[in-house]
Design a binder for this molecule. Sequence first.
Ligand SMILES: *[C@@H]1O[C@H](CO)[C@@H](O)[C@H](O)[C@H]1NC(C)=O
Ligand SMILES: *[C@@H]1O[C@H](CO)[C@@H](O)[C@H](O)[C@H]1NC(C)=O
Ligand SMILES: *[C@@H]1O[C@H](CO)[C@@H](O)[C@H](O)[C@H]1NC(C)=O
Ligand SMILES: *[C@@H]1O[C@H](CO)[C@@H](O)[C@H](O)[C@H]1NC(C)=O
Length: 399
Amino acid sequence: MLPSTQLKKGGTWRPQLFKDIMVMSKSRSRSQMKRPRWIIALVCILCVFLITAYFYPSESSTTCYLFSSPNCDGIFGRAPPSPARELTDDETASSVVVREILNTPPLQSKNPKIAFMFLTPGTLPFEELWENFFQGHEDKFSVYVHASKQKPIHVSRYFVDRDIHSEQVVWGKFSMVEAEKRLLANALLDPDNQHFVLLSDSCIPLHSFDYVYNYLMYTNVSFIDCFVDPGPHGTGRYAEQMMPEVEKHEFRKGSQWFTMKRQHALVMMADSLYYTKFKLHCRPNMDGRNCYSDEHYLPTFFRMKDPAGLANWSVTFVDWSEGKWHPRAFRTQDVTYDLLRNITSIADSTHVTSDATKTVLRTPCLWNGMKRPCFLFARKFYPETLGKLIHLFSNYTKV
Ligand SMILES: *[C@@H]1O[C@H](CO)[C@@H](O)[C@H](O)[C@H]1NC(C)=O
Ligand SMILES: *[C@@H]1O[C@H](CO)[C@@H](O)[C@H](O)[C@H]1NC(C)=O
Ligand SMILES: *[C@@H]1O[C@H](CO)[C@@H](O)[C@H](O)[C@H]1NC(C)=O
Ligand SMILES: *[C@@H]1O[C@H](CO)[C@@H](O)[C@H](O)[C@H]1NC(C)=O
């Protein structure tokens, strides 16, 4: 017989289930008194099943564990479940607040909008292109600009007076995450904003406004990039000081260019525990090691708090195929109708690990379970490409 203490840990429904089975087997034993051994065997099998169900909580995660499906955590599979640990006071408080926000349906806005949040050093080179994109959809979006170096000169009416208070941002430092949070906080002030997109000065739109709007609004995930990179540019950046809240097997990597639903933006506002952990222990130049919070905080945090709410890929295309420190930047001669159509037709998200195996993880981009093009935006484009992009815009954004 199963000791009752083992059942207690399983949460409320499991003892109930166990009770039901006891009742079931009792009533059966009354009617089939002749075969007590069969009943004992049956109860034993059920006990084994319950223990298994307890340690491998859902069918899908068992499948992940057995087959290491890339939809879970890359080909490396799930880390073995760790023994339950007593939470710290801060963790308990955090999990209560996060759960409450995730369980509260977002306010229904009569006029749902997408917030386009631009993180830039100064003037945005592609305002004119974005103006083409926004034109005719005035009530469905809002723009926020965080200029970290110089006050931008705006050429598009959609960008005038949209600068928010800004602070200096240093590449790779935590000030990047602080700026992202500042943009989100300002955009959250408008209750109509239901989905939030982070963009840089070198980003361009790849589709028409309606396509982007429908893609982001009619799904309930955030497009936050998230994967396990066991190499030096992934888990190699983890610091033990993040314990106990963030264990090594929970550490994730992903591009900083996210889109986020309103609930997730609120969850980020509510978080100070994990935010502070990353601020203190994931920064460049820690004992000769570099960690970049903008590539780890959000993937790790949301993977822990709401894994099913993540798409696990970024809708912003970037070309790392040259294998350099910075991604490829496109020049005027590169920008052709073919290039843009090629990018917009990609329907698999690709991650490459930074360990010696350089494993390529490829997963189809599933939008509400259907295979769809992965990308809505692309970077990096040199300012010189503006004219060519404007010329091609109405053509390449035809779906
Ligand atoms: C993203 O990955 C998590 C596990 O890390 C998984 O639970 C979730 O279903 C994935 N999202 C999609 C859209 O596949
Ligand atoms: C577009 O994709 C095709 C097929 O993959 C390739 O042959 C071609 O070189 C690509 N063109 C550009 C401009 O990237
Ligand atoms: C979105 O959420 C609703 C309820 O919260 C759920 O029924 C539905 O399946 C979800 N849709 C997707 C695409 O995940
Ligand atoms: C637009 O696309 C069509 C079809 O590919 C092409 O024939 C045409 O030349 C393109 N127009 C421009 C301005 O590039």
